[in-house]
Write a protein that binds this ligand. Sequence first.
Ligand code: NAD
Length: 316
Amino acid sequence: MPNRAVHLVTGGAGFIGSHLVERLVQDGAKVRVLDDLSTGREANLAPFGDAVELLRGDVRDPNAVASAARGVRCVFHLAALVSVERSVRDPALAEDVNAIGTIRVLQAAREAGARRVVFASSSAVYGDSDVVPKREEMPADPVSPYAVSKEAAERYVRFFATHLGLPGVSLRFFNVFGPRQDPESPYAAAIPRFVSALVARRPPTVFGDGRQSRDFCPVEDAVEACVLAASSERAGAGEAINVGRGTRLDLLSLLAMLGDITGARVEPLFAPPRPGDVRHSQADLAAARAKLGFVPSASLREALERTVRWYSEGGS
Ligand code: NAD
């Protein structure tokens, strides 16, 4: 029997990472996870048994990443300081984890002879211009330290691909949502906060006027894009590629849809906008289609229903 491929997922105990691990295991791979469990949870990996090896460590630690990368075919680099607000308070930490951490991962992947790195970047690199949809050729204009650090990391992915022979792809995720996303943190994203509030029949808090819009991307789609990016022959030159649904919805419309799904009739509370948040966001998917063969899932509502079901069942 041929040896099963081993892949490394940094940040694999987190929200998107654990869904990616699940998919890779389903596809027959063995998966190593490097995670410091700062926001991720060991319990997210419990269902996968010995198909998954969890190494508890920091992507900034060269020894930890070298051990984690040994013998792997593909590196999916998702570990990051993900909170925009935290990055505003501590820009040096965001740069350290997200940019320097990415350099460490790229170096280890190259030394280990990995075939490719897939990096989780963010739509935040586009900044807050009102021009939508966002195309990859638009100049990056990051407005938060989080976005600055993600853009820097993208450039290192490109540098390693073009100069050091390590194929790589940066995926600019838009607003990813789904089961296992943490609603409790003060920096949590809109959907987990809204859903957990509505399920508990509490009023959700809207930061700003609620007319800001987002391209909400089901986590299954983000995972599919990662898997496609790992093997597509039309990608790997260090390019950045948008991943979303290619549509946008404002927060008040999202709340109305979630109210309909949950049956909750509660008025939201309004709070001041959060620093570093952008006004509108929507992906242009032409590059994702052409380079990855990516097609977003058909129904946003069905993905929201799956998410509501998970939170309604206790969220574990
Ligand atoms: P998450 O917080 O659930 O996952 C991040 C994981 O990285 C966690 O398991 C955490 O413990 C781990 N981690 C953090 N710092 C680490 C370090 N120094 N060393 C090792 N592990 C560390 O967040 P997520 O939403 O699953 O995000 C995954 C990736 O996708 C991140 O890179 C994030 O920036 C990117 N992204 C997410 C979204 C989204 O909407 N969720 C949008 C754009 C980009």
